[in-house]
Write a protein that binds this ligand. Structure first.
Ligand SMILES: C[S@@+](CC[C@H](N)C(=O)[O-])C[C@H]1O[C@@H](n2cnc3c(N)ncnc32)[C@H](O)[C@@H]1O
Length: 224
């Protein structure tokens, strides 16, 4: 565990399958991990936030822990996808750049400071054993006011998810993601929302989103 990911209870980041992620993610999985309504909720959120290409924004977007789909309705100007499986990333038709990197062995993102307008992470944050280090670097690569959007549901590969995630409920998972961002620093106050409320007729996979904006170096220093 790195210094920035310390401070959690013993065993919080342990996983049922402690073997290298390279083994688990070797076979390509050209599947979806949440139901259509939850995927639609992700796409709608990205559109609302101006992340997808239909917004007219000419954004450079990083999809962390990506696969063959990034759930954007229209391609942004540039979409960099980073994940574990080269074949999955090759099948991502919107991607303009593809990077295979195990964030659990190397949490440093191979990008320049302030080089992205938005960073996305969809239904995957639960697999990180050094999430604070990764999110600290996400803040570094975001331009001031750039967006981070972390979405999650209640499905996962249980042997690869961290114990702290498996041992809590949806509300607890929201609190975990917000806490990661707070510890990472470099973001304004994170907001949690349920994008698939029962009041709007959703009955399937829940889809939660945590969003925050990168703050300027001056604002970060003032808040320190
Ligand atoms: C449940 S899938 C989600 C894929 C995609 N984000 C989506 O919404 O369909 C989990 C993804 O996390 C990625 N992943 C898991 N462990 C990782 C790690 N240690 N470093 C980088 N990516 C990882 C895998 O490549 C896989 O594509």
């Amino acid at each position: 565990m790195s210094e920035s990911d310390s401070g959690y209870p013993d065993g919080f980041f342990e996983r049922g399958d402690p073997a290298s992620d390279a083994i688990f993610y070797l076979p390509p999985r050209l599947v979806t991990h949440i139901d259509d309504a939850a995927i639609n909720a992700v796409s709608e959120l990205y559109a609302e936030l101006g992340i997808d290409g239909s917004s007219g924004n000419r954004w450079r977007v990083l999809d962390l822990m990506s696969s063959w789909v990034s759930h954007l309705r229209a391609a942004p100007d540039e979409l960099v996808v980073l994940g574990m499986n080269a074949s999955e990333l090759a099948a991502n038709s919107m991607a303009t750049e593809r990077i295979v990197q195990d964030l659990n062995t190397d949490p440093v993102l191979p990008f320049a400071d302030e080089s992205f307008d938005a960073v996305l992470c969809c239904v995957s944050i639960d697999y990180l054993v050094r999430p604070v280090a990764v999110l600290r670097d996400a803040a570094r690569v975001l331009r001031p006011e750039g967006l981070i959007v972390i979405t999650f549901s209640n499905r996962c590969f249980p042997t690869k998810a961290i114990r702290g995630w498996l041992e809590t409920d949806d509300e607890g998972r929201g609190a975990i993601v917000i806490d990661y961002l707070r510890r990472a620093g470099g973001f304004d106050e994170a907001r949690l929302s349920l994008r698939t409320p029962a009041s709007r007729g959703y009955r399937g996979d829940p889809l939660y989103a945590v969003t925050a904006r990168a703050v300027t170096a001056r604002a970060a220093a003032a808040g320190a």
